[in-house]
Design a protein around this ligand. Structure first.
Ligand code: ZN
Ligand code: ZN
Ligand code: FE
Length: 796
């Protein structure tokens, strides 16, 4: 072997510095075991940067080599540096106390679902933690959500107010114990406890209970069809019996959430399989340490109340991920709606007083506990498409695990998009995306945004050198970045601002999470984004990378009569599409459709378009889906973002693959960005860009509707048309540029039919296809793209 040929460390003693996610994931006990196995003496400790190991012994090289190879699953090593030391005389291997450090880059792990060992103890009547709702160990438990600062040690978590009893302390200090340095270690004697409080406002009675009786009171209420607010890991849930229609309906009415599907928690995988079709990939995802909610196809007559998912053929399921959830699921309800504890679109409640105040009109009772939640974190939501798990909402369980970049880059803050906002701070090779923050449209979410930014900057000790934001001048994030809102951003006043075009950010995010920055053809399909020409983009073919892009093609524009309102009222887009077909007859070409609208509505839309006062033009893919959803009678008014597109997707008969017609034409380049500072780009932008028009399809759809073809067939053919049209444009661009890599991004790719279909079509044409699997394809991934584009600008 190489080792014996040339000794790398003649003294047999080295210092090893390991950075990455190495604290709070059982790394030091692992090192301890490995050292013992290799006969290595010395010590290991946490410091501000990660873990420092002092190792000595004849087999020290083998020891170093094995560290990354056999590390526990939650460990993420970003760097491992060795340095030779003079030989010493340690005669054993020890774990020594953490050292706080001026430089802090140690990563705090994400929250981890209850492990099997802890679950076993939870259910074991002879265990001292039998039925203890806060059982955890080094392999599981709360992390990010209870942490205030680093190093990740008990004093910097919300466990700092609980002094460990003798038994817990013994476990905590024993390197051979599963709870060795498990920071949230606790038991019924010394740890957090449950508290039940009846909502006196709704029930006129006051009952306070603690411990197991509190849990039983909550279970009783759930069984009776009442709504219980449960303090969880990253915030409160509102829980209700998912099989009780009256209860679920009541929850919807009180929460003012009438349309969006609700997530359901079930006992275990078997229970999930009884409700939904679950593939092996989906089963693995459901039971992973992250325990996200997974969007699954429902079985018919599964006994879930109709109000849970309304007309959707899918259902979001998750398995219990805290001991408290396991105990709740042992009750009589085998399926519980577990939706965010908030009113409508506000952010999720985390504090006891705040929950009692804001959920006063919703919850019949509160199941609190006294371990404070320091970071607000919603449940993550994923969907498996084309065999790959893809985040729809990235939060609890995934945050703050970084996306690893290709190279060390200057630190930046990227404020993200307006809808489904996340922010991103980068440091070295790590891009830390925040948890899902929500729509950045109110001061309440802006406050959540600021708190989260502060927290990420603090725990990762980031010193930003630039501030990236969307190109849209009116976005709250842009105004914030420019110091026009509040004064929280004023401390960054000296930093350069970098405005990033929305769809360019989508493209760059997709490249970054796939570990490349080679120029690619970006097919970016989504709702809306501010274009470089000031118009609204959203069906874009961009060629570029983080350094720049040009707009090689786009969907033909449609007017949006009524402006922003058109995004909420798909009938307006249907009208615009018909008018584009035939400006004189307009809606009269489809009288059955026209019958659903009032003369006033049509007159107003007509006026907006005729006068051009309130009818901005857009190349948006989302708005095109809106138009077709209305023409097919699926959705004239949308109650939440993308509702029309979702209905259209679910209506489609997947066996139908025949596309309608579409049209390609050339147009002079507009809104092009300078690429002069980008020598790495293959080819040069063409003088013209390709316009992809779906008006031929619209015409055929109207005809098919009028002769009574099924919506299932029409919808499937519409999807096939988008796929064929996009592939045809990609072919043209590939021919001109020689680029054979296609990156797919944008919110429209949450549509499984569209994503899967386009991946297949492009594979058939022998393209390399890059898609999202680490960050959302929707606007939740935009902050990552903004960050890498800012990096490229700073590099100059
Ligand atoms: Zn455990
Ligand atoms: Zn204890
Ligand atoms: Fe977008």
């Amino acid at each position: 072997m190489m080792d014996s040929f040339e000794r790398k460390y003649p003294s047999n003693r080295i210092r090893i510095t390991v950075t990455g996610i190495v604290q709070g994931v059982g790394f030091r006990p692992y090192i301890y075991r490995l050292a013992t196995e290799c006969g290595v003496t010395g010590s290991v400790r946490n410091d501000g940067r990660g873990v420092e190991i002092d190792a000595q012994g004849a087999r020290v090289e083998e020891f170093v080599r094995r560290i990354p190879l056999e590390a526990p699953p939650l460990v993420l090593i970003t760097d491992l540096v060795t340095e030779e030391l003079e030989s010493g005389n340690a005669d054993s291997f020890t774990i020594i106390p953490s050292r706080g450090s001026a430089v802090s880059s140690a990563m705090i792990p994400a929250d981890v679902a209850t492990c099997d060992d802890c679950l076993h103890e939870l259910l074991d009547a002879s265990d001292r933690r039998h039925r203890y709702p806060f059982i955890n160990c080094t392999n599981c438990g709360p992390r990010y959500t209870i942490t205030q600062s680093i190093p990740y040690d008990r004093p910097s978590t919300s466990m700092n107010r609980f002094a460990m009893c003798e038994d817990c302390a013994r476990e905590y200090h024993d390197p051979g114990n599963r709870r060795f340095h498990a920071q949230p270690n606790a038991c019924p004697v010394c740890g957090p406890r449950l508290l039940w409080r009846r909502n006196a406002q709704l029930h006129g009675e006051d009952v306070d209970l603690e411990g197991d009786p509190a849990l039983h009171a909550a279970l009783h209420d759930l069984r009776e069809g009442r709504i219980v607010a449960v303090r969880g890991l990253g915030g409160y849930h509102l829980a209700a019996d998912a099989r009780n229609e009256r209860a679920v309906h009541l929850l919807r009415v009180r929460k003012q959430r009438y349309e969006k599907p609700l997530v359901v928690m079930v006992r275990n995988l078997d229970a999930a399989r009884r409700l939904c079709h679950v593939s092996e990939t989906e089963a693995a995802l459901l039971s992973s340490a992250q325990r996200p909610a997974v969007i699954l196809r429902q079985r018919t007559d599964n006994g879930i109340a109709p109000s849970v998912s309304l007309e959707n053929p899918t259902l979001g399921l998750m398995l219990p991920y805290t001991p408290l959830h396991h105990l709740l699921m042992l009750g009589d309800c085998d399926a519980l709606v577990m939706t965010s504890g908030n009113v409508s679109e506000e952010s999720i409640c985390i504090d006891i007083d705040d929950a009692e105040l804001r959920l006063e009109q919703i919850a019949d009772g509160f199941l609190h506990h006294d371990r404070d939640i320091l970071q607000r974190c919603d449940d993550s939501v994923l969907r498996v498409i084309a065999g790959v798990p893809r985040p729809v909402r990235r939060a609890r369980g995934y945050v703050p695990r970084p996306v690893l970049l290709r190279a060390e880059l200057p630190s930046v803050i990227a404020v993200g998009a307006e809808l489904k906002n996340t922010l991103c701070v980068s440091k070295g090779r790590a891009a830390f995306l925040s948890q899902h923050i929500g729509d950045l449209e109110s001061f309440e979410t802006l406050r959540f945004f600021e708190e989260t930014l502060d927290h990420l900057l603090r725990i990762f000790d980031v010193h930003p050198q630039a501030l990236a934001h969307d190109l849209h001048p009116e976005y709250l994030g842009t105004q914030w970045a420019n110091g026009q809102l509040g004064d929280a951003s004023l401390r960054f006043a000296d930093l350069p601002r970098i405005a990033v075009q929305h769809h360019h950010a989508h493209l760059a995010a997709c490249l970054a999470e796939n570990g490349t920055d080679e120029p690619a053809i970006g097919v970016i399909l989504d709702g809306t984004g501010y274009g470089t020409d000031g118009s609204i983009w959203g069906g874009e073919f961009l060629v570029g990378n983080s350094a720049g892009f040009w707009r090689a093609g786009h969907f033909a524009q449609l007017a949006m009569p009524g402006g922003e309102r058109a995004a909420r009222e798909p009938w307006r887009m249907a009208y615009a599409a018909m008018r584009a077909l035939n400006s004189i007859e307009a809606a009269r070409i489809f009288p059955e459709w026209l019958a659903r609208r009032s003369a006033e509505e049509i007159a107003a839309a007509e006026f907006a378009m005729e006068s051009g006062t309130n009818a901005p033009r857009t190349s948006s893919c989302g708005r095109l889906f809106d138009a077709v959803a209305s023409l097919t009678g699926l959705c004239d008014i949308a109650h939440f973002e993308a509702q029309a597109a979702i209905r259209l997707e679910f209506a489609a008969d997947e066996s139908v693959r025949q596309p309608y017609g579409f049209e390609l034409r050339a147009e002079a380049q507009q809104g092009m960005m300078s690429l002069t500072e980008n020598p790495g780009m293959a080819g040069m932008p063409a003088a013209t860009s390709i316009v992809l028009s779906f008006l031929p399809a619209i015409q055929e759809i109207i005809k098919d509707m009028r002769i009574g073809k099924s919506v299932a067939e029409i919808s499937a053919r519409f999807h096939a048309t988008i796929i064929e049209g996009c592939a045809a444009v990609v072919d043209r661009i590939a021919m001109e540029t020689g680029i054979r890599t296609v990156a797919l991004s944008g919110g429209s790719f949450q549509n499984a039919l569209l994503l899967q279909g386009l991946i297949e079509a492009l594979h058939k044409r022998k393209y390399a296809v890059l898609t999202h699997s680490q960050v959302p394809t929707n606007d939740g991934g935009v902050s990552l793209g903004q960050a890498v584009i800012a990096h490229a600008k700073l590099r100059g």
